[in-house]
Ligand binder design. Structure first.
Ligand code: NAD
Length: 433
């Protein structure tokens, strides 16, 4: 099929590269010229394992990028994969998806034949019905459902393993109005994935499709907050929360995944999506106590880490090494990273901070210019002369650190991720173990 993808960030680029690899002709439309140039040169604009290889193989062939929206007219299907950030009050900011939908509608008004618009961005229930469809109709000057059809296909990939996740999903969700042509197009698009990975294909309505994405993220974020809450209780009783988690995870009603207690969740999705669905629920008249508690526990964890550190070293005037800036290993994404409250909390307590991350330093510098922190080129350089160390991201290389701790002025290690080995010669504190 000929596919256009509006927005070429983490989701749009991954989906484009994987669909091109499955044999579809794909064009990425993005307003950012640098992103477009990178893709056309066969480089990924984002750090994601496997993506560079796919782009190198398909750019200039089945995959291209452009800033020119007219490209959508030569395609059968368009994915909307632009960002849906939070407003200050946590509610979803739909201005980007509205602008992208309008630009798309302008072009589709000049196109002959059927076209499917697929909302892949994460949007609160009702957005497709109440914003995307009316915006398209305004531009088309015709009702959606005549030649232009609309579907919802939320994305469940995880950053750091996005390519693999897209290719081997456990489920694919197709939200439609029940229109068979739209469903057929979606099945054809995903034929390669369905054939190789045999995922469950959930066919549902537009609003249900939108809500499934939020329920998925809210459930996972709440699971982590619950094990963090339990972990904080464990720590009070000198109990290792990881031993407890290993045992309860054997119960298949609980399941072993997402039971790693520690500093909490971040990234571009969990914080924004949990906040957005809480705000949407409140707007609709329901205050969700469990989801609010999940956020509260998440906000607590950096404080707990800083209190543990202060039990051993007075942060005022201390030099503290922060290991890890990305919100999780395998990505350079620093959005919602727990490194921000940790570094800010250390600064408020009077510490100077030297941070190291294997890939995320540049992004951190760019996204958080106001956070006062010096950057080191290696974990060893960050630790050299430090009075304490806070482990924020569970990069594998931190598990291999050993003699590097000997160069600290005082070897206090507060581990927020259960990654550093407890060993002779260091004062080690696990956040929940
Ligand atoms: P992103 O911010 O990385 O990328 C968005 C891209 O859209 C940028 O390259 C930007 O230049 C481009 N853009 C902005 N306005 C545009 C316009 N008018 N026309 C064309 N392009 C435009 O976003 P992302 O992380 O890829 O997320 C996209 C959506 O997918 C969001 O709704 C997000 O919640 C959802 N999602 C993200 C993930 C993830 O892991 N990042 C996972 C699942 C779902």
């Amino acid at each position: 099929m000929d596919v256009s993808i509006i927005g070429s960030g983490y989701v749009g680029t991954t989906v484009a590269a994987c669909l091109a690899d499955d044999g579809h002709g794909v064009v990425n439309v993005d307003i950012d010229e640098e992103v477009v140039a990178a893709i056309n040169e066969g480089h990924s604009p984002i750090h994601e394992p496997g993506l560079d290889d796919l782009l190198a193989e398909h750019a200039g062939g089945r995959l291209r990028a452009t800033t020119d929206y007219t490209a959508v007219r030569d395609t059968d299907v368009t994915f909307l994969a632009v960002g849906t950030p939070s407003r200050d009050d946590g509610s979803i900011d739909t201005s980007v998806i509205e602008a992208a939908t309008r630009s798309l509608g302008e072009q589709l008004a000049a196109k002959e034949g059927d076209h499917l618009v697929v909302v892949k961005s994460t949007v609160v229930p009702g957005t497709t019905d109440e914003l995307v469809i009316p915006t398209l109709e305004e531009e088309l000057d015709a009702p959606v459902g005549e030649s232009v059809h609309v579907a919802v296909n939320p994305e469940f990939l995880q950053m750091g393993s996005a390519v693999e996740n897209f290719r081997t999903p456990q489920k694919i969700v197709f939200g439609t109005t029940g229109n068979q042509w739209a469903l057929d197009q979606l099945h054809a698009l995903y034929a390669g994935v369905i054939e190789t990975a045999d995922p469950a294909v959930v066919e549902t309505g537009l609003r249900e499709g939108e809500m499934i994405k939020y329920a998925n993220n809210a459930f996972l974020a709440s699971k982590v907050s619950l094990i963090n809450d339990i972990g904080n209780v464990c720590k009070e009783f000198d109990v290792d929360a990881y031993e407890v988690a290993d045992a309860i995870g054997l119960d298949d009603r609980i399941g072993e995944r997402f039971l790693r207690s520690g500093l909490g969740w971040g990234g571009s999705c969990f914080p924004k999506d949990v906040a957005a669905i809480i705000a949407a629920a409140e707007h609709a008249g329901y205050e969700p106590p469990m989801l609010n508690a999940a956020v509260e526990v998440n906000d607590l964890q950096p404080e707990r880490l800083l209190d543990l550190l202060a039990d051993h070293v007075d942060p005022a005037g201390a030099r503290v090494a922060v290991l890890g800036l990305s919100f999780k290993p395998g990505t350079d994404d620093v959005r919602g990273s727990r490194a921000v409250p940790v570094v800010e909390g250390l600064r408020e307590r009077g510490a100077t901070v030297v941070a190291y991350d294997p890939v995320a330093t540049e992004k951190f510098r760019e996204k958080h210019p106001d956070v006062e922190v010096a950057f080191a080129d290696s974990a060893a350089a960050a630790l050299d002369g430090a009075d304490a160390c806070a482990v924020v991201t569970d990069w594998d290389e931190f598990a291999a650190l050993d003699a590097e701790f000997d160069a600290m002025a005082s070897p206090v290690v507060v581990d927020g991720r259960h990654v550093v080995e407890r060993r002779e010669g260091i004062t080690y504190e696990g956040l929940t173990w």
